[in-house]
Design a binder for this molecule. Sequence first.
Ligand SMILES: NC(=O)c1ccc[n+]([C@@H]2O[C@H](COP(=O)([O-])OP(=O)(O)OC[C@H]3O[C@@H](n4cnc5c(N)ncnc54)[C@H](OP(=O)(O)O)[C@@H]3O)[C@@H](O)[C@H]2O)c1
Length: 281
Amino acid sequence: MNANREAVPTVEAKGARIPLLGLGTSYLRGRVCARVVEQALRLGYPHVDTAEMYDNEREVGEGLRGSGVKRNEVFVTTKIWPSHFAPRELERAARDCLVRLRLSEVDLLLLHWPNPNIPLADTLAALAKVKRDGLTRHIGVSNFTVALIEEALQATSEPLVCDQVECHPFLDQSKVIAACRQHGMAVIAYSPIAKGGARNDEVLMRIGAAHGKTGAQVSLRFLVQQNIVVIPRTSKVERLSENAAIFDFSLSETEMAEISALAHRGGRLIDGPFPGRQQWD
Ligand SMILES: NC(=O)c1ccc[n+]([C@@H]2O[C@H](COP(=O)([O-])OP(=O)(O)OC[C@H]3O[C@@H](n4cnc5c(N)ncnc54)[C@H](OP(=O)(O)O)[C@@H]3O)[C@@H](O)[C@H]2O)c1
């Protein structure tokens, strides 16, 4: 990948233009985090995903500044943890994120997981206010089921531009993807290489070999080819280029169908802060 950030396609959702490739940063800490973010941006990644929960917003901010890339050339997302969903808490938490990142605004601010203990309408009103106050350009949700997406859209008139959900070949997310499409929201896929599991999958490796690509690249291509944003994480600078080289080949319809068939019960890798409760649909 060269440093041409504009070569990465974007997805349009309710006024937001979200680059289809971003760098995931969970578990990246300290100097490794700052260095990987800096290198990713230098390589041309146009988008970085963090969260207050990852305890790395300072280092993500350091990486952003260290890269020398202009602020308006990078799409920065962070997320508010559910323990901060009471309206006043949410506003304070959002301000704290910006202080740690040393930014005046982020591009996208998400509710990290639904919180069944705080009325969603109150949290969304606070999130909308944070946007109106200029702390973020866009707002959205993460780990929302179909039912929760619909509840959220009823509760706020402020555009919710995305749902960030676990999404990879081993998990069937067709219902939530269809709901997002119906409502004009982008889908952002987290764990898009199944936490590394895509690398050694026989089907993905075989399809990859036919294109001169790895199983991880096929997993990412499978998603971006459906206009789903991917945010793969790596702590290894040498893997940044591999994970970005997904826009120079296409999967056939037969290959796409074969990859879809890898989804199975038990394919989910991530459970949230309220185990079992996220599957409310
Ligand atoms: N909203 C949410 O609730 C939520 C939940 C989970 C994650 N996320 C976001 O989504 C991002 C990505 O998800 P994730 O970190 O869970 O999983 P992921 O990106 O699917 O996988 C990351 C793992 O794969 C390995 N890896 C990376 N590139 C590889 C390659 N080319 N070949 C083989 N292995 C490779 C990494 O190891 P190395 O470091 O050794 O390369 C790491 O162990 C997170 O970092 C975070 O930003 C959001």
